[in-house]
Ligand binder design. Structure first.
Ligand code: DC
Length: 224
């Protein structure tokens, strides 16, 4: 049987990680795991339960009472499919704060480690190559200029009917980048053995091709 790799894709908000990771997983016949979706599900549940991220006891209760499952590209919160509900600006505005809470990170990192344990997985996020799956065979750090990331995010929002100026989107991304980079636990960081891909001038297919080629080279094969 051919070896099934573990592939991690980390990077800042709006770099195109989810789209790229999903396509790489499809091409290789692997499972795709979006770790950010799981943080978003915790943030959504905090909104629904009216718990502030600063309320440590409340957040601890929330984690005890909540089941978060990521399966076949869908995010389930206590069994309910919340894949669309976790993409609202309200959840997006809260999620980086929720992701700073050590309790939340410990809870999700443990789930995510188990999901990646068998290999044959492409997992994207901020700390996948550094904390969740440090033994992964292929680690990618996917980035792009702030202006390009804001342009892509604004388009995504427009498609969902959310209007925001480029400045507003840029500000939101800059604020999230800062929180993601500066938090004490699991900050956004480039793993020492990661390959950096700057997608500012590349389209999705070009990035996917690069990653698939790198994976095949590690496997010692020409085709998936
Ligand atoms: O990739 P995303 O925008 O859906 O991620 C949502 C938030 O979750 C992001 O602001 C940072 C956080 N996150 C994290 O802290 N660690 C991860 N492994 C994935 C996401």
């Amino acid at each position: 049987m051919t070896k099934r790799l573990t592939i991690t894709i980390d990077g800042p908000a709006g770099a195109g990680k989810s789209t790229v990771a999903r396509c790489v997983a499809e091409r290789l016949g692997y499972t795709y795991v979006d770790t950010g979706a799981m943080y978003r599900a915790v943030a959504l549940q905090a909104v629904r339960m009216g718990i502030s991220p600063q309320d440590e006891e409340g957040m601890s209760r929330l984690l005890e009472e909540t089941s978060i499952v990521y399966r076949s590209g869908r995010t389930l919160l206590n069994g309910e499919d919340v894949s669309e509900a976790i993409r609202t600006p309200q959840v997006t505005a809260l999620v980086s704060e929720v992701a700073c809470i050590p309790l939340v990170r410990a809870f999700l990192v443990e789930c995510q480690r188990q999901m990646g344990a068998e290999g044959g997985v492409v997992m994207d996020g901020r700390d996948v190559g550094t904390v969740i799956l440090p033994e992964a065979e292929l680690k990618i750090f996917l980035t792009a200029s702030l202006a390009e990331r804001a342009r892509r995010r604004q388009l995504e929002w427009q498609e969902k009917g959310v209007e925001a100026s480029r400045e507003e989107v840029e500000q939101e991304i800059r604020a999230r980048d800062k929180m993601d980079r500066e938090r004490e636990v699991g900050p956004l960081r480039i793993a020492d053995d990661a390959i950096i891909i700057d997608s500012t001038e590349l389209d999705v297919d070009e990035v996917v091709d690069q990653i698939v080629q790198l994976a095949l080279a590690i496997k010692g094969e020409d085709t998936p």
